[in-house]
Design a protein around this ligand. Structure first.
Ligand code: ZN
Length: 150
């Protein structure tokens, strides 16, 4: 188990665009494992993107309570409907807000073996996929908030 240090709001890296991963090798697999360890080490983290641990690569991990998902180069290829959600972010502690997200998304990515996968998520999983993929573009949920919750 290896924990990585989290980047917090104000760190420039959170605003940068992450680079496409060309080869899914042991180094990438180790990084995905470290990201998962770091996420599980937090109180209520359900997802983490590589820029949040200071690395500008297109990698995300998600666990909404139904098992760990590790995605390389994730890309939303289809989205349907809208939902109002409440989000927070490990990089922006103690801030919560309402925003709109698609109700359902289809994501194309590579798995940790470098194989192409297509996954569909709705509800909370759709929200989480959008939030983490936004991190890879330097977008934070606070950019989209319509109302903060106190
Ligand atoms: Zn976040």
């Amino acid at each position: 188990m290896a924990l990585r240090q989290l980047s917090f709001l104000g760190d420039e890296i959170l605003r940068k665009k992450s680079k496409v991963v060309d080869v899914v090798d042991d180094k990438i697999r180790q990084l995905l494992d470290d990201m998962a360890d770091t996420m599980y080490n937090t109180k209520n983290g359900a997802g983490l993107a590589a820029p949040q641990v200071g690395i500008l690569k297109r990698l995300i991990v998600i666990d909404m309570g139904q098992g760990l998902i590790k995605l390389v180069n994730p890309k939303i290829i289809k989205q349907e409907g809208n939902q109002e959600v409440i989000e927070g972010c490990l990089s922006i502690p103690n801030v919560w807000g309402k925003l709109m997200r698609p109700a359902k998304v289809t994501v194309q990515a590579l798995n940790e073996n470098g194989e192409e996968v297509i996954m569909t998520g709705s509800g909370d999983l759709a929200k989480c996929l959008c939030h983490e993929i936004d991190h890879l573009e330097g977008i934070l949920f606070t950019d989209l908030v319509t109302q903060y919750i106190r």
